[in-house]
Design a protein around this ligand. Structure first.
Ligand SMILES: Cc1ncc(COP(=O)(O)O)c(C=O)c1O
Length: 370
């Protein structure tokens, strides 16, 4: 849909990337690092400044302690951390349990590893899950649970009670948890709690995050994983032969940005929350029913209110007839029927872009109430 948006000049509310730069301190630090000659391979684990900054970030925000020398690894975005973790820990015959809808790299990476994917449904309107369904999805072949909270594409933040259920299951069934927390700082309602902070979870959790979302620098692809030494070493053994290392000047910049004061982090979140409200309020004023997200960049719309049943057809018509690109959520589902009537919009765009998108979407009229 992004390619179609570019080809047709449509407003791209499909792919999740901001159209504004992150903090100037971050940008200046990258320029300074390039000018200072930080342009060759970094150490495979990441530059020491960033390893220390990530460990300090975990302590500051989540009160967890990781040894920067053995329990932190810098990766080429969260995507490489997720892929390396799954490829390191899973093989043919293993099973990976995750929630559906899921971020699309999960399905591809699980398949690459040769493992099977078992999905547990998140059901609208609150995107809750059935704890029995989760327990049933775990079998003797289950190697790990892959959790994404805050969650793309729904914008859900898993509650403390839900996390408790997942943590208990991991401990009881001796499972590893891989947690994708790239939106950990983009939470508007509710509170994000890392799964690794629950009893018995630190020693079995690989926690993944990324500078892309927190600092609006998705193109830099600087991510990281923290966890117990043995699990991080396993991830590193795969990462070493995927990219080995990368992004030296950006690593210096992210190390600096992670140390920015609280007001900076709060400002980034408030800025995005204002965009969420502008976009969701705008659609509601147009008469649309939307799933207002608690977090992330994304809002989901059920297109049955427009007498459409197929997200692909709706998105094609949105681009062609109205000049706005969105993503059919079917791509995030194994159960295609469940995903078919849903469409995801990214609202991490400049105010003028959101307003223009709303002006165009005003021509898409929901059915009158029955
Ligand atoms: C849930 C989730 N995980 C991971 C990523 C990828 O992160 P990165 O760009 O750091 O590889 C994204 C990007 O959209 C995402 O939404």
């Amino acid at each position: 849909m992004s390619a179609l948006a570019v080809a047709t000049g449509a407003i791209n509310l499909g792919q999740g990337f901001p159209d504004e730069d992150g903090p100037v301190e971050l940008l200046d630090a990258a320029v300074a690092a390039i000018r200072a000659g930080a342009n060759q391979y970094p150490p495979g684990r990441g530059i020491p400044d960033l390893l220390r900054a990530v460990a300090a970030h975990e302590r500051r925000w989540w009160s967890t302690d990781y040894d920067p020398e053995t329990e932190v690894l810098v990766t080429a975005g969260a995507t490489e951390a997720i892929a390396s973790a799954i490829l390191a820990l899973c093989g043919p015959g293993d099973e990976v349990v995750t929630f559906e809808p899921y971020y699309d790299s999960y399905a591809a990476t699980i398949e690459l590893s040769g493992a099977w994917r078992k999905v547990v449904a998140l059901r609208s309107p609150d995107w809750g899950f059935d704890p029995d369904e989760l327990a049933r999805a775990v079998t003797p072949a289950t190697r790990l649970i892959l959790l994404n909270s805050p969650h793309n594409p729904t914008g859900k933040v898993f509650s403390r009670d839900e996390l408790q259920i997942i943590a208990r299951l991991c401990v009881e069934r001796d499972l590893v948890a891989v947690t994708d927390e790239v939106y950990e700082h983009l939470v508007f309602d509710g509170a994000h709690v890392p799964l690794c902070t629950f009893p018995g979870m630190r020693e079995r959790t690989l926690k993944i995050s990324s500078a892309g979302k927190t600092f609006s620098a998705t193109g830099w692809k600087i991510g990281w994983v923290v966890g117990p030494e043995s699990l991080v070493a396993a991830v590193r053994s795969v990462k070493q032969f995927l990219t080995f290392a990368g992004g030296t000047p950006f690593q210096f910049a992210v190390a600096a940005a992670l140390g920015l004061d609280d007001a900076h982090f709060a400002g980034l979140t408030a800025n995005l929350q204002a965009k969420r409200d502008r976009f969701c309020d705008g659609l509601q004023t147009l008469g649309w029913t939307i799933h207002r997200p608690q977090a992330t960049y994304f809002a989901i719309v059920d297109i049955r209110q427009f007498a459409y049943a197929d997200g692909w057809a709706f998105c094609r018509s949105l681009v062609a007839d109205h000049g706005v690109a969105a993503v059919p959520t079917e791509v995030f589902y194994d159960d295609k029927e469940a995903g078919k009537p849903l469409v995801r919009f990214a609202f991490c765009k400049q105010t003028a872009v959101i307003d223009e998108a709303l002006r165009r979407l005003a021509r898409v009229k929901p059915l009158p109430p029955a």
